[in-house]
Design a protein around this ligand. Sequence first.
Ligand SMILES: Nc1nc2c(ncn2[C@@H]2O[C@H](COP(=O)(O)OP(=O)(O)OP(=O)(O)O)[C@@H](O)[C@H]2O)c(=O)[nH]1
Length: 257
Amino acid sequence: MEDYKFLFKVVLVGNAGVGKTCLVRRFTQGLFPPGQGATIGVDFMIKTVEVDNQKIKLQIWDTAGQERFRSITQSYYRSASALILVYDISCQPTFDCLPDWLREIQEHANSKVLKILVGNKTDRDDREIPQDVGAEFAKQHGMYFLETSAKQADNVERLFYDIAAVLIEVSRKQDSRRYEERVQNDLYSLQQARTKEFTLRSETSVLTNLSQKTIYHPSCCSVGDRNHASNVSDAHYSDSSGPASLASNSGNFITQQ
Ligand SMILES: Nc1nc2c(ncn2[C@@H]2O[C@H](COP(=O)(O)OP(=O)(O)OP(=O)(O)O)[C@@H](O)[C@H]2O)c(=O)[nH]1
């Protein structure tokens, strides 16, 4: 049986030809495939990594960038833990399309999905999008940012390991939030139960006091003036809400020590 502590689904999206498949194959198989053909629909690969001595299984979904597959690929966004949005640093149109991709993501992915912007093909010397422009775009849209080269294996391992590390952190926080909520709920129930028990006990003790030891003094009497005291059975109070409102009655109720 495979032992792993976490399983995360990571989905790559972005224009056709930006290098999504090459990034996945570089990471999972350690190679840069020559003459990589276009992806048809979706493809997936699995790689188990180790972060903080824990085995993490990454299920990596490589989607086709071509428009005609869009309705198929969109359906894979929903259950993704992380979405990697890739553009080609040497191809301006792939960067210009990013807002459209973000709209797609917003429409079809979970609102809490981890989003990572990747500028691929840094090995090329015909760069069209400066690094700081990519970084600024990522910042504006609450995304992590990294530039990579699938060809030269630059930052590819780092990309997936960083994602795994962040997802573990997010998952731990969710676990501890869930744990805190559970503790809060338990504490609340306990408190409710205690309050109920306490109210019952105080009601019982007030009633016991009333029936056994409490004497009534009209408000003109001084406390302890036993000459005016009568047994509780003579005490009258008009508030039908019972023992809890006794203290506010005009007469003084004094408990004999
Ligand atoms: N120079 C360079 N070329 C790359 C790099 N990554 C991918 N390529 C090339 O870019 C082309 C497209 O790569 P793919 O990985 O098929 O691109 P894709 O984004 O998966 O494309 P679709 O499957 O059509 O969506 C191929 O010719 C790759 O050899 C890179 O880091 N550097």
